[in-house]
Ligand binder design. Structure first.
Ligand SMILES: Nc1ncnc2c1ncn2[C@@H]1O[C@H](COP(=O)(O)OP(=O)(O)O)[C@@H](O)[C@H]1O
Ligand SMILES: [Mg+2]
Length: 587
């Protein structure tokens, strides 16, 4: 291996000479402590490096050694339930090795070398296999079943295949060509893992959050930008989706955000049970953590590490959801490196390549036919928080994301201020998948799903107009029908769109409950309109009883759903049958 010499260190960047034949994006070990770095630029004799660890203490003249490989991550059993950093080091094991402060140059492998996993082959000696073919099943921790695949680009005839308990480096399958296939496989994180053709998204990524499932549903394999200013609820949304989103595997990338939030995630996920499988949420989750106090270069790579992990599970035929919090920090890392490299800056100092990089990153999401046999489909759904400074969505990162995502869930500071959570602005949010996904809800959940959604959107629109009028003429000057509409839209906002992430009974709303609430809120409009048409006054309608019943429905657990629904039905019937003042003999 050729050793070069460190000639310059500026923050996370360094320069070295003497790295003969070094390629762009190749990994290097920098200095006597062998910090992990990556080649960003090669110009003549000089290679510019970004260093993934703290560079304090590095001195000019120290050696730089080529790894002759790009930044790659080990994929295999034992990844689920792990917390890894932005370059794939397992944080738990790092802490065991070096205490709370990560030792510079520490490089424990991602996967545990001692752990054993049961491999049950589905192929036999003599079988000819190709890229992506399933070779057998691997039992991961927590009962999760993985598939061992022929790595992309490999093919051959099986000359040996083992079964039983294997470590990640034991030869599981030997082909007549190349090295044995092990449970652990490496993949360079900046290169998308190959898949077959993209296939049409055929079902929604169920979030368990009413406002998303009901108003702005996205397809499995879709991409969403969730921009919002500080404190508007981005992290709460990302965490709720990681806990309750209907995915086989969740990859949560904590990119450049506060460390205590990640500590919270860890603490909570360990205790949480997946409502669908009854297993711990952590058993299907991989956390990639690069908090704001960790080196900036690894912040940029953490997103690619997360996507590579997601693609690994996708290739087995799983539905994977990736939560990235936040892509703004990823873009800021690009900006910082770009400015240190003295590249020509684009808008607001971001590199001119920001838009194309954002596009490439989002292209790694999607629903695909997996490579190899048996035929299977897998998906990566990407939900990214964006933190525009001052909540201004016209800034470059938000715009770069919006150009390529299939949905926008726009968070609004005014709604957050009113504690209307999730603080999603329903007037500006959209999902390009909505039409197709709503059809799915009609077929699978309730035939009136789409018509109910259309009515709700219409009502919210009229509510906005009416509230403007009311702010001028005063609410008392409104006609009874308009006051009824305001009452109904208030109920919609509070009981349908609003959802308290910290209420154990309501943090996750199954589609049946989402529909029941929306349907009941709109029925209030119908029953109320009937009562008004029969000559009753708005002030006499028992709206508060209905609101109480709606709150009961919202707070009900699935076993109580039917009873709560009936209670709402009774409250609604009372609206229509409420005697008017004249019938009660009042003056
Ligand atoms: N769905 C929700 N239910 C209840 N409270 C929420 C919800 N979303 C956000 N909040 C409140 O808003 C605060 C800020 O949310 P957070 O996700 O940390 O904002 P951001 O990540 O956008 O800065 C939370 O600590 C919580 O008090
Ligand atoms: Mg946050």
């Amino acid at each position: 291996m050729t050793a070069g010499t460190l000639t310059r260190v500026v923050g996370a960047l360094a320069e070295a000479t003497g790295l003969h034949g070094v390629a762009l994006h190749e990994l290097v070990r920098v200095g006597h402590v062998a910090l992990l770095g990556e080649v960003l630029r090669v110009s003549g004799e000089v290679a510019t490096l970004q260093v993934f660890e703290e560079t304090t203490g590095l001195r000019v003249g120290e050696p730089v050694v080529r790894e002759e490989l790009p930044l790659a991550i080990e994929l295999g059993p034992g990844l689920l339930g792990q917390v890894i950093d932005g370059i794939g080091r397992p944080l738990g094991r790092l802490a065991e090795l070096s205490g709370a402060f990560i030792q510079p140059g520490a490089a424990p492998p991602t996967l545990d070398r001692d752990a054993r996993f049961r491999f049950a082959p589905t192929c036999v000696v003599g079988d000819r296999v190709e890229s992506g073919d399933v070779l057998g099943a691997v039992a991961d921790r927590g009962g999760f079943q993985l598939a061992l695949l022929v790595p992309p680009g490999r093919s051959g005839v099986i000359v040996d295949i083992r079964s039983g308990e294997l470590t990640v480096l034991d030869p599981a399958v030997t082909l007549d060509t190349g090295a044995p296939i092990t449970l652990a496989q490496k993949w360079p994180v900046r290169r998308p893992r190959p898949a077959g053709a993209r296939v049409a998204a055929d079902r929604p990524f169920l979030t368990g959050q009413r406002i998303f499932d009901f108003l702005f549903p996205v397809a499995e394999g879709g991409t969403v930008a969730v921009p919002g200013g500080f404190g508007t609820g981005k992290t709460v949304i990302e965490q709720a989706l990681a806990k309750f989103g209907d995915a086989d595997v969740v990859v949560y990338v904590g990119c450049g955000e506060r460390g205590n939030e990640m500590a919270e995630v860890l603490h909570e996920f360990a205790k949480l049970v997946d409502p669908r499988t009854g297993r711990s949420v952590m058993d299907r989750t991989v956390l990639v953590v690069n908090t704001s106090n960790m080196p900036v270069a690894a912040r940029e790579s953490s997103v690619y590490v997360g996507l590579t992990v997601a693609e690994y599970f996708r290739d087995m035929g799983y539905r994977v959801a990736v939560m990235a919090d936040s892509l703004s920090r990823w873009a800021e890392a690009l900006r910082e490196v770009g400015s240190r490299l003295q590249e020509m800056p684009g808008e607001e100092g971001y590199p001119t390549s920001l838009a194309s990089r954002a596009a490439k990153l989002h292209e790694r999401a999607g629903r695909v036919r997996c490579l190899g046999r048996p035929e299977r489909h897998g998906s990566v759904t990407l939900i990214s928080a964006v933190s525009p400074p001052g909540g201004d969505f016209s800034e470059p990162v938000t715009q770069a994301c919006l150009r390529v995502t299939s949905a926008l869930w726009a968070l609004d500071a005014a709604l957050a201020h009113q504690r209307q959570f999730p603080a999603v602005d329903w007037a500006t949010s959209y999902s390009l998948d909505a039409t197709a996904m709503v059809r799915h809800f009609d077929e699978q959940v309730e035939p009136r799903w789409s018509s109910t959604r259309a009515r709700a959107l219409d009502l919210l629109q009229r509510d906005a107009e009416l509230r403007e009028v009311a702010s001028v003429v005063g609410p008392d000057a409104l006609e009874d029908r308009d006051r009824l509409l305001l009452a109904v839209s208030a109920a919609l906002r509070e009981f349908v769109l609003g959802q308290n992430a910290f209420d154990p009974n309501d943090a996750f709303s199954p589609p049946a409950k989402t529909f029941a609430l929306a349907d009941a809120a709109l029925a209030l409009f119908d029953r109320g309109a009937e009562a008004l048409a029969a000559g009753r006054a708005f002030a006499d309608l028992p709206i508060d009883d209905v609101r109480r019943a709606l709150a009961g429905l919202r707070d009900s657990v699935p076993a109580q759903l039917e009873a709560s629904r009936q209670a709402v039905g009774q409250a609604l019937a009372a609206v229509a049958s409420q005697p008017g003042a004249a019938e009660r003999g009042e003056p």
